[in-house]
Write a protein that binds this ligand. Structure first.
Ligand SMILES: NC(=O)c1ccc[n+]([C@@H]2O[C@H](COP(=O)([O-])OP(=O)(O)OC[C@H]3O[C@@H](n4cnc5c(N)ncnc54)[C@H](OP(=O)(O)O)[C@@H]3O)[C@@H](O)[C@H]2O)c1
Length: 354
């Protein structure tokens, strides 16, 4: 098949082109980007192999998004920023399958989208047709989807451990998600906040509680899977989920520690059993028992590691993934595999780093 990658100069797009060029079912990769349009591809990603089978699958020149979408091939990946992606993809939506790495089609609720992104949903009619691309949970719908909304990295890291738990037991009080992200999670842009001198030897929480835009995505999926919304019956509105992201001095990788209080020790045990039952057969999910998983063990892979500890009626979930792989490009290729009926692990063996 022939595939187009929009945003091929960004971190997500760069990893996508590398994964796709070594994918056994992909014969041609068309890189597209605004700023590098017309340039030799080798110049925009100097680390890409210069010779060999992967190099021979790449178009030599980067196209502009318009030029690429005039002849997009069999599938379009969009690794563009939210707010831009839907608009750029609009001309081909409905005629070619699109896997969108941005947040433009991830949310179902218009109010939730407005409050998270400060604007209206870009294409409300298509919103209801998009399928949320959390591969392990939406396989059946992904297999026939023409618009796949690839999840955010934080939501993937939080939802994979949490969904079996909230489906099994009702949390008591808010679920608290503390998460750490490497700097590449913010994209490949020039921003003072992302300078080495600002970030090295430095860690900080940001947009805590309900303030981060991924809060909406996590909360919506948890509601779909059985978490009761806050009722405010005591006169105060208590969010059912609190999400506390942190930026840490690491290039690639993400870790989440999630605290869920349940009604009893037995309920917490049931939740841990559900985790095992749900993921035992999953090729990209590894359960570490009570052992805390480490980001260095999954870097450059599509694998997610999940650990858990039970303290009385509380279950503490610990998960790690590579934000550019399972958190973005890797999961997007996994979704392509599901959509086109390829083996789900095709093209996703460990070991590519930017
Ligand atoms: N980084 C992660 O860990 C991660 C994880 C999950 C999801 N995502 C999502 O994936 C998408 C890509 O993320 P990223 O980290 O790869 O971002 P990035 O490194 O900042 O790259 C963004 C890409 O979009 C292009 N672009 C920027 N503004 C544009 C515009 N106005 N019109 C057309 N093209 C434009 C850039 O190309 P130019 O050279 O033309 O500017 C670049 O190729 C985002 O929506 C992000 O939220 C990222």
């Amino acid at each position: 098949m022939r595939v187009t990658v929009l945003g091929a100069t960004g971190y997500g797009g760069m990893l996508l082109t590398r994964l796709l060029a070594r994918h056994p079912e992909v014969k041609r990769v068309i890189p597209a980007a605004r700023s590098a349009a017309g340039e030799p591809f080798a110049q925009t990603d100097p680390g890409f192999p210069r010779t060999g089978p992967a190099a021979s699958k790449m178009d030599e020149r980067v196209r502009s998004p318009d030029e690429a979408l005039a002849d997009p091939g069999d599938l379009v990946f969009s690794a563009l920023p939210h707010g831009v992606s839907a608009e750029v993809c609009l001309p081909v939506l409905g005629s070619v399958p699109v896997i969108d790495l941005s947040a433009d089609f991830r949310l179902d609720g218009a109010d939730r989208f407005r409050s998270a992104y400060g604007r209206e949903m870009p294409v409300p009619d298509l919103q209801s047709k998009s399928v949320y691309g959390l591969s392990e949970w939406y396989r059946t719908r992904l297999a026939s989807a023409d618009l796949i909304a690839n999840p955010g990295c934080y939501p993937t890291c939080a939802l994979l451990p949490l969904l079996p738990v909230v489906e099994t037991t009702a949390p008591v009080g808010p679920v608290v998600i503390n998460a750490l992200s490497g700097i590449s999670g913010a994209g490949r842009k020039a921003k003072a906040l992302l300078l080495y001198a600002e970030r090295t030897e430095n860690a900080t929480a940001y947009n805590v509680g309900t303030a981060h835009r991924h809060h909406a995505e996590i909360a919506e999926q948890l509601l779909f899977h059985g978490l009761a919304d806050a009722d405010g019956s005591d006169g105060h509105l208590h969010p059912s989920v609190l999400f506390n992201p942190h930026l840490i001095p690491m290039k690639q990788g993400m870790a989440a520690t999630i605290v869920v209080h349940t009604e009893s020790a037995a309920a917490a045990e049931r939740a841990a059993d559900a985790l095992r039952g749900r993921y035992e057969m999953e090729p990209f999910i590894e359960l570490t028992g009570s052992e805390p998983p480490e980001t260095r063990h999954i870097r450059g892979t599509n694998r997610v590691r999940i650990g858990r500890r039970i303290d009385g009626a509380t279950i503490i979930l610990m998960s790690v993934l590579d934000n550019l792989w399972k958190g973005a490009a890797g999961q997007a290729v996994q979704n392509m595999n599901i959509r086109f009926g390829f083996p789900e692990t095709a093209g996703l063996s460990d070991g590519l780093e930017l």
